[in-house]
Design a protein around this ligand. Structure first.
Ligand code: COA
Ligand code: ZN
Length: 294
């Protein structure tokens, strides 16, 4: 399986402490040193909407360029896409939302307009040699509308698959999902998008994130997002908390005999370092508990 390290984007975007560009680049370097090869480095959104991501271009200009590392940038509109391409990303992560209220609050567009945005970008991305991943946000529940019908998620997945994207992610933006829901949604998505790679994105808000991760792998998902330290959250979702922690996930995978390519001791170091940068105890538990056997 493959991990997408999202701490530099989802992880930091909700942090109140301003993190310097140098520290963001150092975080990315630590992720790479830990064996992670797909990194969501930043987002190309409006700097006033998410001030922590205002240095997107500077982050991309400072990261080590390697043939075996793919950098993704989050993109919500044409302006963001053009910025991401100019900054030299390897892939874009576009977001469509499964509920209209969150779509309006998060990216100031209807769900249909967000699908049109992706449609408008795919050809240019192909021409530029940039992969397109599309994240379906609030796929497991919406902070404003509550339950999200599975038919809405699958309908959206089908529309996005038809655009010829490389990957679709089911995202539990507010950490409400449970494994049975993961199993159903992944099977449904695979049925409507048979040729598209599937990724899942979990927040551990209600302590179901790791169970959901295993359920996703069992259902055939090959890519999971996680965040060093378990930091993260969305500024447009009330009470959003962190992603599943990369080090906790890798412990779980290692002990289950599932290879991710990531190295636990380096991840624990990175998590400890990140806690120092943020001046806070990070939510992930593995760095505190330690690996086993020691
Ligand atoms: N980067 C920088 N500036 C941008 C931009 C982008 N991606 N998109 C739009 N702008 C600028 C426009 O150039 C325009 O500037 P002007 O007034 O000087 O001409 C202004 O913003 C308004 O443009 P508009 O197209 O109306 O955008 P908007 O106000 O509807 O904002 C988003 C749309 C998506 C850019 C904005 O809501 C946003 O950045 N949201 C952040 C959501 C997010 O990061 N969520 C968490 C991750 S999912
Ligand atoms: Zn998230």
């Amino acid at each position: 399986m493959e991990i997408v390290e999202v701490s530099p984007r989802d992880g930091l975007q909700n942090e109140k402490v301003h993190v310097s560009t140098a520290d963001k680049i150092a975080l990315i370097e630590r992720a790479i040193a830990s064996g992670l090869r797909r990194i969501e480095a930043t987002s190309f959104v409006h700097p006033a909407a998410v001030p922590q991501m205002a240095d997107a271009e500077a982050v991309m200009a400072g990261v080590p360029r390697r043939a075996d590392v793919s950098y993704s940038g989050l993109v919500l509109n044409r302006r963001g896409f053009d910025r991401a391409v100019a900054a030299g990303v390897d892939e874009v992560n576009c977001v469509v939302v499964a509920s209209e209220t969150f779509s309006a609050r998060n990216q100031r567009m209807s769900v249909a307009d967000s699908v049109d945005t992706v449609r408008d970008l795919v050809g240019d991305a192909r021409a530029a040699g940039i992969a397109v991943s599309v994240t379906i946000a609030t796929a497991f529940g919406c902070p404003f509308e509550g339950e999200v019908p599975e038919s809405a998620v699958l309908g959206l997945a089908a529309q996005v698959a038809e655009l010829g994207v490389d990957e679709i992610a089911l995202a539990d933006t507010i950490g409400v999902g449970v494994p049975a829901q993961v199993t159903r949604l992944v099977a449904g998505t695979a049925a409507v998008a048979p040729d598209v790679r599937l990724r899942c994105h979990f927040h551990n808000t209600r302590n179901t994130g790791y169970a959901n991760a295993i359920a996703a792998l069992d259902a055939g998902v090959t890519v999971l997002d996680s965040s060093i330290g378990g930091i993260g959250g969305c500024p447009f979702a009330p009470d959003a908390t962190g992603n599943i922690a990369t080090e906790d996930l890798v412990y779980l995978l290692d002990r289950s005999g599932i290879d991710s390519g990531a190295r636990l001791p380096d991840l624990i170091d990175a998590s400890d370092w990140l806690g120092g940068v943020l001046g806070a105890t990070v939510p992930g538990q593995l760095a505190r508990a330690g690996a086993f056997p020691g």
